[in-house]
Unconditional design. Structure first.
Length: 637
């Protein structure tokens, strides 16, 4: 029976062979991870057609619940590898609010294997290359694969016989990444179990000996799910000394977990073990693994830490999955996603009412939902619900760093209780200095209280703990601009845009930087890009209103104000935004009127009243100093 023809795709200097899973550039192999290859194959096969993110996620990660940031990260890497088409265009185009499109002209070549015959009188192809040429290409690929394999073997041998150290070591602290545990159950529905084990190990290891052990956050670690990158590459990208990897296999109520600890500098296996447990004992298993890893890294556990590892509350497996889905949507940072996250966290709590981390997630979702306008739950209701959930989490587990950070955020952002929020942030960081979100939010506390250097130091700690987090990268832009370090902010914003050009907050913060530098056309362009992603985003509309106001286009500025009021569920939730536009227009009385409403609503944005980015036209008025005092901010000289 004839062997089916092999289809090869050519574009620019590249050839892609889906059967051999090889990408060549000018005849030389290009290294791609398995998932990056699948993404490129999907784009090339559908060249000229826009593929939605949802469609691509289903194709590349079927039946798996994977963060959308994984897709953005792989697209970012592919763009770096492919560079531009011969005519200067990007090979992969972003379609705002939708997905991606492969823009280059693709030549599809059909190569006939040995033993098959082409139709007489013409080459068996759809391009201009003959079957013989295709066969020669395949032979060349096989030869190249053998050479590459030999080179890899030599590289591994050399790597194992020389000592090297990560370039990003932090103040002598040992750095560890827990790679996503592999699901070997043969059932994609069991992904929640391997993902849950990964998350719990990150959390428990991160709280062991914080002065000596740093653990990369989950959002960055999960970028390596199914990546098949080697230990050396991962350790160099993340700056870690040790890698923990493993697998999970479930058979009914029986779970088998294998784990191994690898020293990155020489890729030696320091320790490996296998654990058999029932599902109800999964958290006890995680404590076992965490303790063994700590000993292997020569971390001395204090009695308090040992006791914490010894206490393991049995968790409902379905509650695990629901919690992870809640965090997935929470990380999207949109109103709709927060509402979905709340639903998942509530489902997790219904399944397991003693699950403290689910209450902490619920607190975070309510808190950030209450920080946005036009939400179904107004701020004055959402923030008390957030505090209630955080306090419940702490009642169940006072050692949970996430819950202390959740409570700190509400105390800072809504109640303006700066002393209590500072104490809660310090407690969260004391319990788990590797919890990136605690550093991220504490950076805002520091900036609001007039400590810009400390603020930037905190957001840098957050970035080191979670180096691939798009929201931390974006908040870095916000804080650098609040500190008046505009050129650095622009640089960081462009890095974030390269990682995910559809992340709205990056466009908004970059637009604000351009406003501060009086680069109005550039600011206008960024806010419009943000609106291309979501035409209803109130922050982008406020940015546009400020551009119009500062360029003396009062008619359009007033039009934006009317639209914001028309679209809002509760006008008071838009008070801070409308005050910003009236201030930029020089309408002091209207601006103060809306600022008072924002104060009554305890608007979180008032934390930045002292920032030079906002309300410059109002600062000389005594009423402004009174607002600063009411919020509890230090008086500026």
């Amino acid at each position: 029976m004839p062997t089916p023809p092999t289809v090869i795709y050519r574009f620019g200097p590249f050839s892609l062979d889906p059967n051999e899973r090889v990408l060549l550039r000018d005849g030389k192999s290009v290294a791609l991870t398995a998932k990056a290859f699948e993404i490129l194959k999907s784009l090339v096969e559908n060249h000229g057609r826009a593929l939605s993110k949802e469609e691509m996620m289903r194709q590349v990660w079927p039946d798996s619940f994977v963060d959308e940031s994984n897709l953005a990260q792989h697209i970012f890497q592919l763009r770096k590898i492919l560079e531009n088409t011969p005519d200067g265009r990007a090979y992969i185009e972003t379609i705002p609010r939708h997905g991606y499109r492969f823009t280059a002209e693709v030549q599809q070549i059909t190569a006939i294997p040995i033993g098959n015959q082409a139709a007489p009188g013409r080459a068996a192809q759809t391009g201009q290359t003959s079957a013989a040429d295709g066969l020669a290409n395949r032979r060349g690929m096989v030869t190249l694969a053998l050479v590459v394999g030999l080179v890899i073997c030599v590289a591994i041998y050399l790597a194992r016989n020389r000592i090297w150290a990560p370039s990003n070591a932090i103040h002598g602290k040992v750095m560890l990444v827990v790679l996503p545990f592999e699901n070997l159950s043969g059932d994609a529905q069991q992904e929640y179990l391997s993902n849950g084990l990964t998350e719990e190990l990150i959390t428990q290891l991160g709280s062991l000996e914080p002065a000596r052990l740093g653990v990369i956050a989950r959002t960055s670690a999960m970028q390596y799910k199914d990546s098949h990158k080697d230990v050396r590459q991962i350790s160099q990208e993340l700056g870690v000394d040790y890698v923990l990897e493993g697998s999970v296999r479930r058979d009914g109520d029986h779970v088998r977990v294998t784990a191994q600890l690898i020293q990155a500098r020489d890729q030696t296996h320091l320790w490996a073990n296998e654990y058999d447990r029932n599902l109800s004992g999964i958290l006890a298993l995680q404590s076992d693994v965490a303790g063994v890893v700590a000993r292997e890294i020569q971390i001395r556990l204090t009695p308090e830490e040992s006791a914490r590892l010894a206490v393991a509350h049995p968790v409902d497996p379905d509650a695990y999955e629901l919690y992870l889905k809640g965090r997935y949507f929470w990380n999207k940072r949109t109103v709709v996603a927060y509402e979905k996250a709340i639903d998942y966290f509530n489902q997790a709590i219904a399944r397991d009412p003693q699950y403290a981390r689910a209450y902490s997630g619920l607190a975070d979702a309510y808190a950030l939902l209450g920080s946005r306008a036009n939400a179904k739950i107004p701020r004055r209701k959402a923030m008390p619900l957030a505090k209630e959930a955080a306090l419940t989490a702490l009642k169940l587990d006072d050692s949970l760093a996430e819950a202390h950070a959740s409570l700190a955020f509400v105390e800072m952002h809504y109640e303006w209780n700066w002393t209590a929020s500072e104490q809660e942030f310090y407690r969260a960081i004391e319990l788990n200095p590797n919890y990136a979100t605690a550093h991220q939010w504490f950076a805002y506390w520091q900036m609001a209280q007039g400590h810009p250097n400390e603020s930037i130091a905190q957001i840098e700690l957050a970035r080191k703990a979670d180096p691939l987090s798009i929201i931390i990268r974006t908040d870095t832009v916000d804080l650098l601009s609040a500190a008046g370090r505009f050129d650095e902010a622009i640089e960081k914003a462009r890095e974030a845009n390269d990682l995910d050009p559809d992340f709205q907050l990056t466009h908004y913060f970059l637009g604000e930087v351009f406003l501060a530098k009086q680069m109005y056309p550039e600011a206008l362009a960024e806010f419009q890009k943000g609106l291309e992603v979501d035409s209803t985003d109130e922050w982008q509309l406020v940015g546009l209103g400020c551009v119009y106001a500062l360029t003396h286009d009062r008619a359009n500025a007033e039009r934006i104000v009317r639209r914001l009021l028309k679209d809002s569920r509760e006008p008071s939730d838009m008070a801070m935004e409308i005050a910003s536009i009236y201030s930029a227009m020089g309408k002091k009385e209207q601006a103060f009127s809306w600022l008072y409403k924002a104060s009554e609503n305890r608007e979180g944005g008032l934390m930045f009243l002292n920032s030079p980015l906002y309300f410059g036209e109002l600062r000389s008025d005594p009423r402004f100093a009174e607002l600063v005092r009411k919020v509890g901010l230090p008086r500026r000289n």
